[in-house]
Design a protein around this ligand. Structure first.
Ligand code: FE2
Ligand code: FE2
Length: 332
């Protein structure tokens, strides 16, 4: 298995993770927002104590009628992805070099990040509940399935591979929530545009954090970091909800339909995947990193050539038109 790391690599990673903890403590207040002034789901939803609560719900349901079928498929899939947060937190806590005994350094980061992310699923779920368009029970079944099924992002417990994955994923979620927000705005659904827009903002801030961790690792362990980046790109970055399913459907098959809907809407496409990769190559200054050993150099060559190779393949791909009826969407 490629994600098994040798004893020597393991002790090197532990040393680097340990070394970086003081950096994490130093910057954590810039990477996460103070809890009391941070936005909360309630800021973006009607307050049920207000006398005009039902009027507001009615308006939300009216504007929800304007949104297309694929749009709901994507928004619900995004929500379930966010709601599977327990999977992501436990995966990150399992990384080499994370010690849960103290609430500092990496543990503090993972907990703070989780606490912020937890608002995303919470907010989207409540919006979907009041929208009048969603079969909540079916959505909840999918969420429970996804948490129970977990995922395999092929990083193992290696922090280097994990930080490549999280850097990539936070950018991907920034793009997709941002595009859903733009589509909602286009349909004059201002409340929903705000909801997805504010979540997209968090994802961008989180992306900056994970990218900064990788930059720091490149400074002290360039060849190993390069090999980890190469390995993740050879395996391809899978989406966190790749096991997504509905009642009575086999594992992963709902995910393909969700992903097809996202491509049809242009919310997340294979061109975005390449764009993210190119952005990471640029942000991590891959072409100019020095001090690489021979395998590190080869890994770099592979990575630098990869976006063009993927572009040639993506140009030949057609957007799937296959129609599919999700159990999540529809009238009572
Ligand atoms: Fe999120
Ligand atoms: Fe995120």
């Amino acid at each position: 298995m490629m994600n098994e790391i040798s004893k020597k690599q393991f002790s090197g990673r532990l040393e680097v993770m340990h070394h970086l903890e003081s950096y994490v403590d130093e910057v954590i207040d810039k990477l996460l927002k103070p809890i009391e002034t941070n936005w909360q789901p309630a800021d973006l939803l009607p307050d049920s104590r207000d006398p005009d609560f039902f009027e507001k719900i009615k308006n939300i349901q009216e504007s929800a009628k304007e949104l297309a079928y694929d749009f709901w498929a994507v928004l619900i899939g995004d929500t379930i992805t966010e709601e599977a947060l327990p999977t992501y937190e436990s995966w990150l806590v399992g990384m080499e070099g994370v010690n849960q005994g103290k609430n500092e350094g990496w543990t503090k980061w993972i907990r703070g990040w989780t606490a912020e992310e937890n608002r995303h699923g919470d907010l989207l779920n409540k919006y979907l509940y009041i929208s009048g368009r969603v079969n909540m029970r079916e959505l909840e079944v999918s969420t429970q399935y996804l948490i129970a099924d977990g995922f395999d992002i092929q990083t193992g417990a290696d922090p280097y591979r994990n930080f490549v994955y999280t850097s990539f994923q936070e950018i991907a979620t920034n793009i997709s929530h941002g595009r859903v927000s733009a589509l909602a705005k286009k349909a004059d659904n201002i409340e929903l545009a705000k909801i997805c827009g504010i979540i997209a903002g968090d994802e961008m801030r989180h992306a900056r954090a994970y990218k900064a961790f990788v930059t720091k690792i490149f400074e002290v362990d360039p060849s190993e970091m390069m090999l980890a980046f190469e390995d993740m790109m050879r395996k391809k970055i899978v989406m966190p909800a790749h096991y997504l399913r509905e009642t009575g459907v086999k594992i992963g098959s709902t995910f393909d339909h969700f992903s097809n809907a996202a491509q049809r809407l242009g919310v997340y496409t294979s061109h975005d995947y390449i764009q993210i990769l190119s952005g990471l190559i640029k942000d991590w200054n891959i072409e100019n990193i020095s001090g690489l050993n021979e395998t590190g150099e080869k890994a770099r060559d592979y990575l630098v050539a990869l976006p063009d190779r993927l572009k040639r393949i993506a140009d030949r791909l057609k957007t799937p038109v296959l129609e599919y009826e999700f159990s999540w969407i529809g009238k009572h």
